[in-house]
Design a protein around this ligand. Structure first.
Ligand code: 13P
Length: 251
């Protein structure tokens, strides 16, 4: 089955309006000038910039997403953003369960699952993040941790259209370290197998790799079996750094 890749940038808590607008415009221009766009391209800016970035990209194939959403539709949750609000601002995707949220905000699999369900209910595509810590990898628990997270964070009603899974080893995020291609392929094959037991169209689910993806390693990672795209942090902030990664998905 051919799966359309997704190359996604997660800007995290970076970006103010002027500079971010310029970078997003530059990315939209590069996409507009590309011969073919054989992948989906997404930027997840901080919540404050979603509306503005969605306006800038409204005539482009470039899509905009949130980095998190609340599990509830509305209510007394000071500082939080609902999935419907993200959608209202122009988002089409929401990342949920990023390891920084699991760590900084104590998000459990159950919380991540509820957020993913809220994202889907609002009409967004949920990008559910999973990944082991260094300690878990060194003690040989990687596959068990991934199975636990995939199984227990997967939203009820997940389909290949409304759910993406991103494998982001915690120790590879922002460190310049990446697992070997063999290790990435092993985890992705394992996730595909886990999903096959949980949903009927598991073969079509996009499985992204994230963690220190850059122009120099993207092609090798994207060529691996069961890797259907990337979730990129630092190297997505500048269009000039992100473009060589996007290009690996355009072919
Ligand atoms: P880096 O690409 O900066 O390692 O971040 C990865 C990430 O956390 C994307 O969500």
């Amino acid at each position: 089955m051919t799966v359309r890749p997704l190359i996604a940038g997660n800007w995290k808590m970076n970006g103010l309006a002027d500079e971010s607008s310029a970078e997003l415009k530059a990315l939209a221009d590069l996409l507009a000038n590309a011969d073919t766009v054989a992948c989906d391209v997404l930027i997840c800016p901080p919540a404050t910039l979603i509306y503005q970035m969605a306006q800038i990209s409204k005539d482009s194939v470039l899509q905009i997403g949130g980095q998190d959403c609340h599990a509830n539709v509305s209510g007394a949750h000071t500082g939080d953003t609902s999935a419907a609000m993200l959608k209202d601002a122009g988002a089409t995707y929401a990342i949920v369960g990023h390891s920084e949220r699991r760590t900084d905000h104590g998000e459990t699999n159950a919380v991540v699952k509820a957020k993913a369900e809220a994202a889907i209910a609002a009409g967004l595509i949920a990008i559910v993040c999973v990944g082991e810590t260094l300690e878990q990898r060194e003690s040989g628990e990687t596959l068990a941790v991934i199975t636990d997270q995939v199984k227990n964070s997967l939203p009820v009603g997940a389909t290949a259209e409304n759910t993406v899974i991103a494998y982001e080893p915690v120790w590879a995020i922002g460190t310049g370290k990446t697992p070997t291609p063999e290790d990435v392929a092993e985890v992705h094959a394992h996730m595909r197998k886990d999903l096959a037991g949980l949903m009927s169209d598991a073969d079509g689910v996009r499985l992204l790799y994230g963690g220190s993806v850059k122009g120099s390693n993207a092609a090798e990672l994207m060529a691996l079996d069961n890797v259907n795209g990337a979730l990129v942090g630092g190297a997505s902030l500048k269009a000039s750094d992100f473009w060589p990664i996007v290009e690996t998905g355009l072919k």
